[in-house]
Write a protein that binds this ligand. Structure first.
Ligand code: PHE
Length: 454
């Protein structure tokens, strides 16, 4: 146990020496973290739990659970220099740990099967908002359910997958890194433009107040668990993404700086997303706590009513699309890296085959959202929700727990690899041993219904 050096001298077989530069690594990790979770999910769960108070709980979860695990996963990847499964194997020599790593790869595969569907929706909404055809409809929530219930999304998810394929084929530095180095600043620029526009709306103050003024009476046990789950998902933890990216970076890179940049960037983007969405909802009388339909079913009505709304809407959905694609790329890379080292496939072959399989599975996933497969339910879930549930609520916490326990108890050189100063190392290991696993276990038990305390 605790083998430090195995595998360190050689490059990961999954990338044959192809590595990130420091800035490319940080941009790509931020790209993975910032996704639909920040811009689509965060605003509606914050809306559901009363805005400001939820924001505070979310930040606390990010600091005490998200950041320690993020640093652990990046360290495991760089220390093990392999994919999300072999990194564990190299560092511990144990097949059991390798299997727990495999779970995270499987989770990323499953997530990709519905994430690509939603990424497709964002592309469709971007396109139809810019052309104006989105605004021909009179009832946007009906339009949304008609669209998701049709065959149309299959084409759009194929486009999303082909974009990911084109990037992953080019490899780490000229594919993933280059894409993220362009998209992340672009994302920031569009985000700021939209925020400024949103804050000029008459309901801006009310919206900002709702988002920032904490109303702790709205915080329940469920809000805390939602915040924890959200911190997890939005930092791309438990899915092998950060382990895989960590394996593509050299020893000179400070992992603590990367952890701070990714977590800080993640909070910032979620904050700005709220500052875009809530002024719009308050100005146009849209219910902020209405759930997943908030962005697709409700916001177009506001864009329609706004001067130059189709441009504003197009930019907004374009922003979602860019954020979704940079995350999807990291999910695909987790699988491709695994296939390359496990079956010795070429990158091209691995990328084609895996993308194709994901596409095949995402067809029924898409059709289960109100389409012909909408009535087929397993344990009360349609396929889309079932995949989301299994991956997000079961596999993710289990593999997140595994990385916490591994860095906290098993891998003796975790603290050294993390690059923290000795005092911070002690704090970090303490969190990984005694705090983080307990909180993650709570989320898990709660989300599978074994803990009905609320
Ligand atoms: N972090 C992404 C988001 O917030 C989702 C994601 C999870 C992406 C895991 C990659 C890996 O949307």
């Amino acid at each position: 146990m605790g083998n430090k050096t195995a595998g360190q001298s050689s490059d990961s077989p999954s990338n044959s020496g192809d590595q990130f530069s420091s800035i490319g690594f940080i941009a790509s990790a931020i790209g993975s973290a910032i996704g639909l979770g920040n811009l689509w999910k965060f605003p509606y769960i914050a809306g559901k739990h009363g805005g400001g108070a939820f924001l505070i709980v979310f930040v606390i979860c990010l600091i005490f659970v998200g950041m320690p695990i993020l640093l652990a996963e990046l360290s495991i990847g760089r220390g093990g220099r392999g994919n999300a499964s072999t990194s564990y194997l190299k560092l511990s020599g144990s097949k059991l740990w390798a299997r727990s790593g495999f779970l995270s790869i499987f989770a990323s595969f499953l997530i990709m099967c519905f994430y690509s569907v939603v990424a497709g929706w964002t592309l469709y909404y971007t396109f139809t908002s810019f052309t104006g055809s989105l605004y021909e409809s009179t009832n946007f929530s009906e339009h949304f359910s008609q669209f998701t219930g049709s065959y149309g999304p299959i084409i759009w998810q194929l486009i999303a997958l082909l974009i990911c394929l084109a990037i992953i084929m080019r490899g780490v530095s000229s594919g993933i890194e280059r894409f993220n180095k362009i998209l992340i600043p672009l994302l920031a620029i569009v985000l700021v433009i939209l925020m400024v526009r949103s804050l000029m709306l008459p309901g801006a103050l009310e919206g900002a107040e709702f988002f920032f003024k904490p109303d702790f009476s709205k915080i329940t046990g469920e809000s805390v668990l939602d915040a924890l789950g959200q911190a997890f998902f939005s930092l791309s933890l438990g899915m092998g993404a950060m382990i895989t990216f960590g394996s593509y970076v050299n020893k000179k890179q400070s992992l603590t700086a990367a952890t701070l940049a990714v977590s800080g960037g993640n909070i910032l983007y979620a904050l700005i997303a709220g500052l875009i969405i809530f002024p719009v909802t308050f100005t146009y009388g849209i219910e902020a706590g209405q759930g997943p339909g908030l962005v697709f079913a409700a916001l177009p009505a506001a864009f329609e009513a706004m001067p130059f709304g189709s441009i504003f809407g197009g930019l907004f959905f374009g922003l979602l699309a860019m954020a979704a694609l940079t995350s999807a790329v990291s999910l695909l890379e987790v699988n491709v890296a695994y296939a390359i080292s496990k079956w010795k496939w070429s990158r091209a072959r691995a990328t084609y085959l895996i993308t194709f399989i994901i596409f095949l599975i995402s067809i029924p996933t898409s059709l289960s959202m109100g389409g012909i497969l909408g009535d087929y339910k397993l344990w009360g879930y349609n396929l889309f929700d079932l995949i989301d549930y299994v991956a997000s609520n079961i596999l993710l916490p289990i593999s997140g727990l595994a990385s916490t326990l591994f860095a906290g108890y098993v891998w003796k050189y975790a603290a050294e690899e993390s690059g923290l100063t000795p005092l911070w190392q002690r704090g970090w290991i303490f969190l990984l041993r005694y705090i983080t696993p307990i909180l993650v276990a709570f989320v898990f038990l709660y989300s599978v219904g074994l803990l009905n305390i609320f």
